[in-house]
Design a protein around this ligand. Sequence first.
Ligand code: EPU
Length: 430
Amino acid sequence: MQELVIHGGRALRGTITASGSKNAALPIMAASILVKGTTILRRVPRLTDVETMIAILRALGMEARWVGQDSLMLRSRGADITVAPREWVRSMRASICVLGPLVVSRGAATLPLPGGCVIGERPIDLHLKGLRTLGAEIYQDTHQIYARASALKGGRVKLGGPRGSTCLGTANIMAAATLAQGETVIEFAAKEPEIQDVARYLVACGAQIHGIGSSTLRIRGTDRLEGCEYSLIPDRIEVGTYLAAAAATGGDVCVEECRPDHMAATIEAIERMGVQIDVGRNTLRARRAGDLRAIQFSTAPYPGLPTDMQPQLSALLCLARGAGAVRESVYPERFTHVRGLQRMGARITRRGHLAVVQGVRKMEGTRVGATDLRAGAALVVAALAAQGRTVISKVAQIDRGYQHIEKRLGKLGARIRRREARWAGSRRSA
Ligand code: EPU
């Protein structure tokens, strides 16, 4: 087990380049199962979640390998394996995205239920409902999902749930529909940029998808998808996290090769906190001279404020002047970062899906644990601004979504290093 050691209090300064999007990469890699030729994916982030998806695809008989620093070659070798490997699938929710592609292209799929999740309940009912509407027979027991279909047929699928649409559910059903017979209409489709990216990849392979970026997608099934070369969009959550870190430390950071048009809600929230954001064509620069101001914000599906930025923005709020409030509308339980922030001196009161944050002048470094990916990112943001030394255990959680985090923050002037955890078994972690 590794941990990060951060000596806080240094303003971050400098320029970094955005990585490709994790949440576009994972469903696109799964969708490559549908393709007859070779997919070359560009700008793929070197993350453990991406390595997990590579392992799943290989176990399903695909060829998957890195070609160069950030390009992935994915090729279906005519394999007919339909049973997904338990150890990998259980470790990552995004593995559900192989279900639709396997059923439509190989006629069956057996998938262990993706594992539990600390950010709260993450049901898959909409994925299963969508595939059943297209004609798949699906049976589920306590451990596995079994699906089969001799041929999928287009239909009208509604993917709206109690908290909005489903991102990966939209990717899953859309991918399956590209090879189904006839037309599929997806209503209440997710509009997130990552899901638009999945659609654009499929179109580049020859799929017919209309309405990309809207809540109604029309997909006309084809017989065959061909390989293509495709470059992923930048990771708006990674970019937002670095902007939050710049703001927390009173620094001046420019992120290059990003898509500001994907980030309007995040930019607006950080600006309301008193941070100056300069928006270029594909650059964002965050700088803060004065105090941070407390605000109220609420997460929502795109184009609203992403739930994946809530923990990092909550960390920022801890350091603002006055009282702020957070409403988590997508995952009401996504507050595992609160305990670590409290240990660092934050004053946060949680009631259900709401958190009230009373700003403090300073936070103090201590020992905390990354309970999940974005909670870990929030602790990094807080630690960079805190007085003294913070040790963040369970870095593996952070490595799922941020490549080379200590190198990139180090380049911006942070005092941060990674080390093997000492006394990992005996020490208490938060
Ligand atoms: N939902 C249902 N039924 C379903 C599926 C989802 O009710 O069948 C509900 C969920 O419980 C939640 C809401 O719908 O309340 C939205 O969940 P969604 O399905 O959109 O989440 P996801 O597609 O499984 C992706 C990202 C998450 C991100 C969410 C929301 C990937 C790999 N994951 O998950 O990213 O939080 O969309 O934007 O793309 C992260 O990167 O840290 C992360 C958790």
